[in-house]
Ligand binder design. Structure first.
Ligand code: FAD
Length: 327
């Protein structure tokens, strides 16, 4: 019905991702303005429904769970038609996706299947007055475009961590169903993870990034200690200079040709703040920069700037954070 909003709840390995709570919260805010209700949709292998009820607490009146063994593990060829079908049948006014790696693959496919426009990587959304408009960074974050939608549903993918999830005292009804799964296109026949199971920099709510000022890859022990002091939601990031030098894996690179991050807290340590680096992190909530050069451009976007030698500053910062978090 008119005003209803679909929230795509991303899962991985049978567990809903934290970003699903952000997506449902955003969908609920839009639905409130449009006078409709929120349906969350999760897609995966049988058993997923058991944990999907938690989405009710973020504003989903109904949680629909498309379950099929073929839907275990993300594959756009199979997931997109299922999502498109649910949107088609539900007559939604808007559909909200996460701009995660999975969402960046899925949302454009669904938009194409429905032949509607998509605003990707949105950092603000408004539906007051009954029409949805979205704000998205353009030109590598140097400007923001506000876009309106010429077709329905208005489809958006939201930047992870850009919206605060809001809980309420309510539960959503969960309804599992077996979708028709297309056998056309590709099928995932094997999956192997790279990396040591650390939190991904694009998903972390706290990021500790190091640049060429770190001098040597061995010195990352300093940043690992800072990250550990900041808790399990923290991840390491890197500038391109250190990735190009082979000091850090490309998966950690933040910037125009790396990942876009919007954590609550971002540490730039020994990073000059080139425009291509800023493109990936300038929408972070609070930016802390440590650099020995007071004229480094990073200080122009930093909320807190520490001018000093990082080999002095970082251990003291780590010690102080440990003290605060352990008291
Ligand atoms: P530097 O610019 O060398 O800065 C090192 C900083 O460390 C300096 O500011 C210095 O004052 C400080 N420092 C040195 N020693 C200390 C010390 N002991 N204590 C404290 N501070 C110290 N870059 C990205 O990061 N991400 C991207 O995605 C990206 N994409 C790009 C795409 C294109 C097309 C191009 C052309 C460039 C791209 N770049 C990207 C590269 C970017 O232009 C910069 O070259 C890069 O970000 C610089 O990395 P850095 O800040 O680590 O190194």
């Amino acid at each position: 019905t008119m005003g209803d909003v679909l929230a795509f709840a991303e899962q991985r390995d049978g567990s809903l991702r934290g970003v699903a709570n952000e997506v449902v919260t955003v969908a609920a805010a839009v639905a409130r303005e449009l006078g409709g209700s929120v349906t969350a949709l999760a897609v995966g292998a049988p058993g997923l429904a058991a944990e999907a009820g938690s989405l009710g607490a973020f504003g989903a009146e109904l949680v629909r769970v498309a379950e099929a063994t073929e839907l275990d593990g993300y594959n756009g060829d199979q997931h997109a038609p299922v999502v498109a079908q649910v949107i088609r049948e539900g007559g939604f006014s808007a559909a909200v996706f996460p701009a995660t790696a999975q969402g960046k693959d899925l949302a454009p496919r669904v938009a194409a299947l429905l032949d509607v426009p998509l605003a990707a990587d949105v950092t603000d959304l408004d539906a007051s007055g009954g029409a949805v408009t979205a704000v998205r960074p353009v030109y590598a974050g140097k400007a923001f475009a506000r876009v309106a939608f010429a077709a329905s549903p208005a489809m958006v993918s939201i930047r992870p961590n850009a919206f605060q999830p809001v809980e309420r005292a309510a539960a959503g009804a969960v309804e599992a169903f077996t979708p028709q799964v297309s056998s056309a296109g590709s099928r995932v026949v094997g999956f192997s993870a790279s990396g040591g199971g650390q939190m991904d920099v694009a998903e972390a709510s706290v990021v500790v990034s190091g640049g060429r000022g770190m001098k040597d890859p061995e010195n990352w022990a300093l940043l690992e200690e800072l990250r550990d002091a900041l808790g399990s939601a923290a991840a390491l990031g890197a500038s391109r200079a250190v990735v190009d030098a082979g000091w850090r894996p490309h998966g950690e690179q933040v910037g125009q040709t790396g990942k876009t991050v919007a954590p609550k807290l971002y540490f730039a340590v020994g990073i000059s703040g080139a425009i291509q680096h800023l493109a990936g992190m300038r929408t972070a909530g609070t930016i802390v920069a440590v650099n020995k050069d007071p004229d480094a451009p990073i200080f122009q976007v930093a909320d807190y700037g520490i001018v000093g030698d990082l080999f002095d500053v970082v251990p003291r910062l780590t010690e102080e954070i440990r003290r605060i978090t352990h008291d």
